[in-house]
Design a protein. Structure first.
Length: 120
């Protein structure tokens, strides 16, 4: 006899952006010719039109499209997330910390120079 499992609740977060609609906006705004895009990607013109209908897309396909149309759609996707949702690698105090480290190095050098002058 099998064990009962609880029914999984679906995630109720911010709705994901519709990738096809985002691409269509970029194409219209930047006046990119769909036929040229299709030719560069090696797909039919109809495939490009189908892209506009897709709410999701494989990362590798989207990565290729970004290079072909010379536009970083991933940034737009990231910008659709809340501003306070920073990447793990970004520390908001990193710039200040780097500046203080440089200042500290300069001060240590000056101390070393002054100590050398005092000993003479």
């Amino acid at each position: 006899m099998g064990t009962k499992t609880k029914k999984r609740q679906s995630f109720k977060g911010i709705a994901a952006p519709h990738i096809g609609k985002m691409l269509k906006k970029v194409i219209q705004k930047n006046k990119i010719v769909q036929a040229v895009w299709a030719r560069k990607q090696g797909v039919l013109d109809a495939t490009v039109v189908d892209y506009f209908k897709k709410s999701t897309m494989q990362t590798s396909t989207l990565f290729d499209i970004c290079q072909i149309i010379d536009y970083n759609i991933f940034k737009d996707i990231a910008d659709s997330l809340p501003a306070d949702m920073l990447p793990v690698s970004i520390n908001p105090l990193q710039e200040e910390m780097d500046a203080l480290k440089k200042e500290n190095e300069k001060l240590l050098m000056k101390i070393e120079i002054l100590e050398g002058m005092i000993k003479k």
